[in-house]
Design a protein around this ligand. Sequence first.
Ligand code: SF4
Ligand code: SF4
Length: 103
Amino acid sequence: MNDYITGITAGGAAWTPVFVQDINQTRCIGCGRCFKVCPRDVFDLVDRSDVLSEDDIDDYDDLEEDNAQVMRIAHGNDCIGCSACSRVCPKNCFTHAPLPLAA
Ligand code: SF4
Ligand code: SF4
């Protein structure tokens, strides 16, 4: 028995959606690829200083210093779990997870 919400392809095969959980904003370069590809308008481009503190910024050696904007999850409940955002992200920023079936 499958413990997660599943869908069905046009050909009748089962697949398991993986819903967006997090964006690593210390790696994000604000390129907008995920924003463009998302069919559900889940994302929003924001100033990095609005989502990361100066201490956070100082703590991360791999932060993209010349980028002032990062992506955030604005409407996570609208995600359909297609994982297109992960496929286009050049910095591997995304974390996804399947949705457990209700008990
Ligand atoms: S998994 Fe699909 S619907 Fe969800 S945020 Fe990514 S692109 Fe949008
Ligand atoms: S595709 Fe990746 S690097 Fe580009 S804005 Fe989205 S999360 Fe950031």
